[in-house]
Design a protein around this ligand. Structure first.
Ligand SMILES: Nc1nc2c(ncn2[C@@H]2O[C@H](COP(=O)(O)OP(=O)(O)OP(=O)(O)O)[C@@H](O)[C@H]2O)c(=O)[nH]1
Ligand SMILES: [Mg+2]
Length: 849
């Protein structure tokens, strides 16, 4: 019954009010929904909507409650309440009831308007961004000071990492350097006392003297280990020189010279095959000697000048089905052009003849062009082996003896299975007294690179000729160790007619060879021609006779020279390598090692107290001593500086951004949370009916209105609490956690090095206190008290002016052109401040000017 009655009353009130003031709907049923808050920025529409609705409600309420005691609406007729227990007649109840119902509905509308206004002013002004900035600023300062206070704790926690060299962005250079110098020093000291000591060299030399062919493996081992030790010493010397920086270039050159020799020896010792070079004057019998070694006439040997092209005999290599027999390598275009342009004139040649010869050479090359870059000869059909071999011989002889080919063919390589010894090749070069300059140069070059050389001298000649002496001198000057690998071969002594002439020539040649540095055990008198002759021929018999009768030297000279050569390659040569290595160490390493050890002391490259402790202990001690400085310089100061500058950035450089963000975040979040708060209605009339029953409805609405507003204030304060927590949570994450991340990123060695004592709870409380200090008076002034209770409301407004004058001024400023009664009331009270002056009055009045 009451519900029906009330509903009808509500509808009637709504229709009447609509008739009177269309812009001020007072019924909750027809009231437009509250404006939807913008999520991203404070909407202009929102201001507009609030402006009009608050204006309207203030003017309507003030009319209703204050200025006009009679209801503004035309009289409404209310049907008598059905089923009422009242003893009064319905007409007697009608008028007071109508007044009470109107007043209740107006109060309900007023609550809705006040809610909107309260939400608007809290959303916009409850958060003072600069206050928030000060709050955050204070927090960051607290963090900075915590970080500073914990400086020593962090240092302590990181010191182990420092000792273990785990601080990845710090350089440990100094210790590394000392460690390296120390290691080099120790290594040099050990080398000086062991492998570079006099005893060690004596031992090695003894070993060499007594070494048997069986000790070849041991010799190889000694060689290799010595090479690697010398290499290490060289690296230490070089390192020390660089550290001392004393090294004038001379010392560098000196070391690199040793290094070069070392690599040369290493290369020589690891060579798979050795090269034996046969040198001597023209017609000394070089090619004949080689043929004798092979046991048949492979190379051309003749009484006139014969070998023109460098020829090398190599062990046979099987190449699939084909037996590779010979390879002729031609000079390339560039090489040929150089030779051809510089072709020297022969002693008996005029310019014209030279030009003709040059032309002939060019033509000969042109004819061979299709065979470039090399021509190969091999047995194509093994069934015709002998015939094909003869043909190849002829062809090769043509090349070897053809003077035209000197500048065309670089080398002729002949592969044969008749080489007498293992792993060596024989090199036949033209006589070095040849009028062709290229021949002389080739001779010298060949000796330089050969493992051994056989110097053939014609024993028939009375003494060594000038070119022979010059060549030998040159060899000895350029290669001090060359005579170790030189063999002297005296040839053609079988041509002597008598035993006496033989003996005389032999003695002379032998003496001259000894004088030139040949070792006596490396000198032989040979008759290689005999090896190639048919034992039935006359010449063989004559030579054999002479050999038997002329003396021991000649008899088995060739065989002995061949055996000596084999032995030299297999056994003596590795020995000479080791010998040279030993000499290199003794003559070139001992002194520099002693010098560098002195230098380390003299320049104090190593600390004195290193003598009393191990390098590890020393470095540990060093590190402990340097840790304070390192920590300050590399860890604490950079971390602090970075945190500090971040702080400055937040509170100074990005102050405006901070203010906008904070304001926007609070506004959006608060408006979001108040949606359902704004949508609820307040049926004061119904509440009064339920509480006091119809008959007593003529009572004042004011107590019910106040109770309702009380509940709403509590509800709104709760929403402010929630929003404040949301904002505080944002501050915590952004600034407190952000600070920790910055610090811990600067010291990535311990990810959780810094943890602040400023808790989320503390942040929540402090933010909350600041926001509520402003928001609570706002709720009181705007929503808590009805305009029916004007004195109390005025007190609340005055509190707002005193507690949050800026917010009050803002409300007035936004309402400047409107008749908002809250704004009007605030302004009025600000004017009244004059009557009761206190210290804050002038400040407040200034704000409102
Ligand atoms: N009786 C005798 N004749 C020899 C001996 N060695 C070489 N001949 C001869 O001396 C001549 C020249 O010998 P080669 O072997 O061609 O001399 P070469 O040193 O190679 O000469 P080039 O290549 O022109 O420098 C040939 O006729 C050989 O037969 C020897 O020991 N006794
Ligand atoms: Mg020859």
């Amino acid at each position: 019954m009451f519900r029906n009655k009330h509903q009808r009353g509500g509808e009637a009130a709504a229709s009447n009010q609509n008739g009177v003031n269309s812009s001020s709907p007072t019924s909750t049923a027809t009231r437009p929904p509250p404006p939807v808050p913008s999520q991203t920025r404070i909407s202009e529409d929102l201001f507009a909507a609030f402006d009009s609705s608050i204006e309207d409600s203030f003017s309507s309420s003030s009319t209703t409650t204050n200025t006009n005691p009679s209801p503004p609406n035309p009289p409404r007729s209310y049907p008598p309440p059905a089923g009422s227990d009242s003893t009064l007649s319905s007409s007697a109840l009608q008028a007071p009831y109508e007044r009470a119902a109107d007043s209740a509905n107006t109060a309900a509308d007023q609550i809705i308007d006040d809610k909107k206004e309260a939400v608007f002013i809290i959303g916009n002004y409850a958060v003072e961004p600069l206050e928030m900035l000060h709050l955050v600023d204070r927090w960051i300062q607290q963090l900075l000071s915590e970080f500073r206070q914990q400086r020593d704790i962090f240092k302590h926690r990181l010191s182990d990492k420092w000792q273990n060299e785990e601080l990845s962005n710090i350089q440990y250079d100094n210790n590394d350097r000392i460690r390296k110098i120390y290691l080099a020093f120790k290594q040099l000291q050990t080398a000086r006392d062991t492998i570079l000591s006099r005893e060690a060299f004596d031992d090695l030399n003894n070993f060499l003297r007594n070494a048997e062919e069986l000790s070849m493996e041991e010799m190889k081992e000694k060689f290799n280990s010595l090479v690697s030790e010398y290499g290490k010493i060289l690296r230490c010397l070089d390192f020390i020189d660089r550290e001392v920086r004393a090294g004038p270039t001379r010392s560098d050159n000196y070391l690199s010279e040793i290094d070069r020799n070392l690599s040369k020896l290493k290369k020589l010792n690891s060579k798979m095959s050795s090269t034996i070079c046969i040198i001597g004057l023209e017609k000394a019998g070089k090619s004949t000697f080689i043929n004798a070694l092979l046991g048949y006439e492979l190379l051309p040997a003749a009484s006139e000048r014969c070998t023109q092209v460098r020829t090398v005999l190599k062990p046979l290599v099987e190449d699939g089905e084909k037996r590779l027999y010979a390879k002729v390598q031609f000079y390339d275009e560039q090489e040929f052009r150089t030779f051809h342009e510089q072709m020297p004139k022969k002693t008996d040649e005029n310019e014209e003849q030279l030009q003709t010869r040059k032309r002939q050479v060019a033509e000969a090359r042109e004819n061979l062009r299709e065979k470039f870059p090399e021509e190969q000869f091999f047995i194509q059909n093994p069934a015709n082996y002998d015939r094909e071999r003869m043909a190849i011989h002829q062809e090769l002889h043509r090349y070897i003896t053809g003077e035209l080919y000197v500048n065309i063919i670089k080398e002729i390589a002949i592969y044969t299975d008749r080489l007498p010894g293992k792993n060596y090749e024989l090199l036949d070069v033209p006589g070095f007294d040849s009028p062709i300059k290229e021949h002389r140069d080739a001779g010298l070059e060949a000796i330089k690179n050969a493992d051994a050389f056989l110097f053939l001298t014609n024993g028939q000649q009375p003494s060594l000729t000038q070119p022979q002496i010059q060549l030998l001198n040159e060899i000895r000057q350029n290669h001090f160790e060359a005579m170790e690998r030189a063999f002297g071969i005296i040839t053609k002594l079988d041509l002597c007619q008598t035993s006496d002439t033989f003996k005389e020539h032999y003695r002379n040649s032998h003496r001259e060879l000894i004088e030139k540095g040949f070792k006596p055990e490396h000198i032989f008198c040979t008759c290689s021609r005999l090896q190639l002759l048919d034992p039935n021929c006359e010449e063989y018999r004559v030579i054999e006779y002479k050999m038997k009768n002329f003396g021991e030297g000649l008899n088995d000279g060739f065989k002995r020279s061949k055996d000596a050569l084999n032995r030299f390659i297999e056994f003596e040569l590795p020995k000479t390598h080791l010998k040279q290595l030993i000499d290199l160490g003794r003559m070139h390493l001992t002194r520099p090692v002693a010098e560098r050890l002195e230098k380390i002391k003299e320049k104090q490259l190593l600390p004195v107290n290193l003598a009393d402790m191990s390098i590890d202990d020393y470095i540990k001690q060093q590190k402990t001593e340097s840790w304070d400085g390192v920590y300050e310089k590399n860890i604490f100061n950079p971390a602090f500086a970075q945190a500090n500058s971040w702080h400055t950035k937040v509170v100074t450089k990005e102050r405006a951004k901070f203010a906008n963000t904070v304001k926007q975040k609070f506004h959006d979040s608060f408006i979001d949370r108040t949606q359902s708060f704004l949508q609820t209605t307040h049926p004061i009339e119904d509440i009064m009916c339920e509480q006091f029953e119809y008959s007593k409805l003529q009572l004042n609405v004011h107590p019910t209105d106040n109770t309702e507003r009380g509940k709403l204030s509590v509800e709104l304060e709760k929403i402010v609490d929630d929003t404040s927590n949301y904002l505080a949570d944002y501050f915590y994450r952004e600034y407190i956690c952000g600070f920790e991340v910055i610090i811990n990123n600067v010291c990535p060695f311990l990810k959780d090095l810094f943890r602040t004592q400023l808790t989320l709870d503390k942040c929540l409380n402090e933010t909350h206190a600041l926001i509520l200090r402003v928001a609570r008076p706002m709720i009181m002034a705007a929503l808590r008290y009805s305009y029916l209770d004007l004195p109390v409301k005025r007190n609340a407004i005055q509190d707002l002016i005193y507690i949050s004058p800026t917010a009050a001024a803002n409300i007035v400023r936004h309402k400047k052109d409107s008749k908002s009664s809250l704004a009007v009331e605030i302004e009025k009270q600000v004017k009244d401040l004059n009557s009761r002056p206190d210290s804050s009055t002038p400040v407040i009045q200034k704000l409102f000017d």
